[in-house]
Design a binder for this molecule. Structure first.
Ligand code: NAD
Length: 369
């Protein structure tokens, strides 16, 4: 068994609290001999700013490059509200994504049976929901040039950004979506705004050609983003894999997240290109932020962090059996009505962060026999 190096960047506020529970899951796998993990720990976000005057140091970037995967917590908080824009905690994550070349962001929106009632939609619309949103992460309008704010002669201002996608950028993210679809229900819905944006026309052409040349076993459909937003709240179960750009993916994945009930349940994974030595950069993090309002009180739901860990096992380490074990343990805990405050059921007392971690570990041990 090869030893895998994991860089743990817990971050700020509830980040370190929920990370402790994810680490317990990994330590358990180490202890039982199911895995061999080595850990490095680093600072990021506000914690790094406090220690080093920057939300991400070059040393941390080097550690990320040297690791087999990065497990990330969450960053930010009111403490750093007054910090210069470039040095804000959130910038640490943006810079890390860029430095690791993480162009693909995977966000599953899965509704656990026991939590279907927590969705804002009717039970029958979301029961069994299992969507994977594949979002392009380092291109498009968030990074396009030119960008800026200019002063106008009339005393007003004009802010502008550029949406642009080239064939190679679309191809690499489309490959990720098609490959993933093959392991699921073999359906990709590519989302764009080709009716009014040229970047969408190119996006549509490139995805269609790729499908016809290399993925004829996968069904490809196209949808305009406004329709997709509507369909996600009308009949979300029609989707398998949704492929989309950076801006649309940002919005649609938050919308899909809410179908599942709580931010505290949602994991995510981001990947870079496979290098010549076969290694692929991967960063795993919960979708939620640092939840400063509940930090330090043992109130955070650690399940999104724990499920991010199971994505790491599945996608970076090819450990499907262990990933299934973690996910089945989470499902078992929820079906026993063990809940943190954010997903608590009527008439049930909420447990804390640590107790939720205890419950997951107990179920893992029971399921592993
Ligand atoms: P948030 O996700 O931190 O919190 C939104 C609400 O959800 C809060 O009421 C919070 O208590 C609750 N919540 C979030 N995660 C939870 C969990 N695991 N368990 C229980 N409840 C949970 O979003 P926000 O309040 O808009 O942002 C707070 C800070 O986090 C800001 O500084 C923001 O910039 C940062 N942020 C960081 C990331 C990241 O690290 N990737 C993502 C989003 C926001």
């Amino acid at each position: 068994m090869t030893t895998k190096k994991i860089l743990v960047l817990a971050g700020d506020c509830i980040g370190p609290e929920v990370m402790v529970q994810a680490r317990r899951v990994l330590d358990w796998l180490n202890k039982t001999g199911a895995a061999s993990f080595e850990f490095e720990e680093g600072l990021v976000g506000g914690a790094s700013y406090d220690a080093h005057g920057t939300p991400l140091t070059e040393d941390t970037i080097k550690l990320a490059h040297a690791s087999d995967a990065v497990l990330f917590g969450s960053i930010g908080g009111p403490k750093w509200d007054g910090v210069d824009y470039d040095l804000r905690p959130e910038n640490g994550l943006l810079r890390l994504r860029k430095a690791m070349g993480l162009f693909a962001n995977l966000r599953p929106a899965i509704v656990f049976d026991a939590l279907a009632g927590a969705s804002s939609l009717k039970n029958e619309l979301v029961q069994g929901l299992d969507i994977m949103i594949v979002r392009e992460l380092i291109g498009g309008i968030y990074f396009g040039e030119p960008r800026g704010i200019e002063e106008l002669p009339d005393g007003g201002q004009r802010g502008y950004n550029t949406q642009a996608y080239a064939t190679d950028e679309i191809l690499r993210i489309a490959h990720v979506a098609f490959d993933l679809a093959r392991k699921r229900d073999s359906r990709v819905c590519s989302v764009d705004k080709a009716n009014v944006m040229e970047s969408g026309v190119v996006w549509r052409d490139v995805t269609t050609t790729l499908r016809d040349e290399s993925y004829t076993d996968v069904e490809l459909s196209h949808m305009f983003v406004d329709n997709c937003a509507m369909q996600l709240v009308r009949t979300p179960k029609q989707f398998d894999v949704i492929l989309t750009d950076n801006l649309f993916g940002d919005i649609l994945s938050d919308l899909a997240a809410m179908l599942t009930g709580s931010l505290g349940m949602l994991p995510s994974a981001s990947f870079g290109a496979v290098a010549e030595d076969g290694r692929q950069p991967g960063l795993y993090e919960p979708v939620h932020g640092s939840a400063p309002d509940i930090a330090g009180q043992n109130l955070g739901n650690p399940l999104a962090q724990i499920l991010s860990t199971s994505m790491m096992l599945r996608y970076s380490f090819d450990m499907a059996k262990e990933a299934d074990l973690v996910e089945n343990a989470v499902e078992a805990v929820l079906s026993k009505n063990i809940r943190t405050g954010d997903i608590v059921a009527d008439g049930v007392a909420a447990v804390g962060t640590t107790q939720m971690g205890d419950a997951v570990l107990e179920e893992m041990a029971a399921l592993a026999g």
